[in-house]
Design a protein around this ligand. Structure first.
Ligand code: 5GP
Length: 177
């Protein structure tokens, strides 16, 4: 059973998401024309976004997955990041594009960018579906943003609450009980 939550509104519907993802894919294809990409999808939240985005990217690419945990089962960050599943493919000499679901404090991405840079890739850029810019604690350069949103806990389109609700087709604002 899904935990009971109150979904206050659908913030971004499936059609708006699809349109924006296509635009992002087109922009990324232009920016990396003639290059190939190493896509680093941050599990689990970015899996749906990544699956949709890569189908709009025209340059050659490989996809890899890393799982970083910074949230428990609630809605507040622990402030600590740990790798619970590491990448598997080599990415030295590659253009790395990190695909994230949402940037909040920036702690998760700062940790990942610093770690990936140790392997000296050609470049590292970030593409996030959502950006809660007003919540940023650590500056991290975000190159591609789907939507900038206000503070508030969102679920759907891959984003969970206690591992539930990832399958909602739109991005919804919720209140925990
Ligand atoms: P940061 O390290 O930037 O504070 O947190 C990033 C991670 O926190 C995201 O990858 C995501 O897992 C989680 N997160 C932040 N805000 C939300 C939110 O509104 N909803 C959900 N489901 N996860 C969030």
């Amino acid at each position: 059973m899904d935990p009971e939550v109150t979904i206050t509104k659908t913030l971004i519907g499936p059609d708006a998401i699809a349109k924006r993802v296509e635009q992002l894919g087109r922009q990324i294809s232009e920016d990396y024309k003639g290059e190939s990409l190493y896509i680093c999808c941050i599990l689990k939240g970015a899996f749906i976004f990544t699956a949709d985005l890569i189908r709009h990217i025209e340059c050659p690419l490989r996809v890899d997955f890393i799982r970083l945990a910074s949230y428990g089962s609630g809605t507040n960050t622990s402030g600590k990041v740990k790798i619970t599943k590491d990448v598997e493919l080599p990415f030295e000499d590659c253009h790395v594009l990190i695909v994230e679901d949402i940037v909040d404090t920036g702690i998760t991405l700062k940790f990942l960018v610093d770690r990936l840079k140790l392997h000296k890739p050609k470049s590292v850029r970030i593409c996030t579906m959502l950006d809660k810019r007003s919540r940023r604690e650590i500056e991290v350069p975000v190159d591609y943003v789907g939507f900038t949103i206000e503070d508030g806990f969102v679920i759907g389109y891959g984003l969970d609450y206690a591992e539930h609700y990832r399958q909602l087709p739109g991005i919804c604002v919720m209140e925990a009980p």
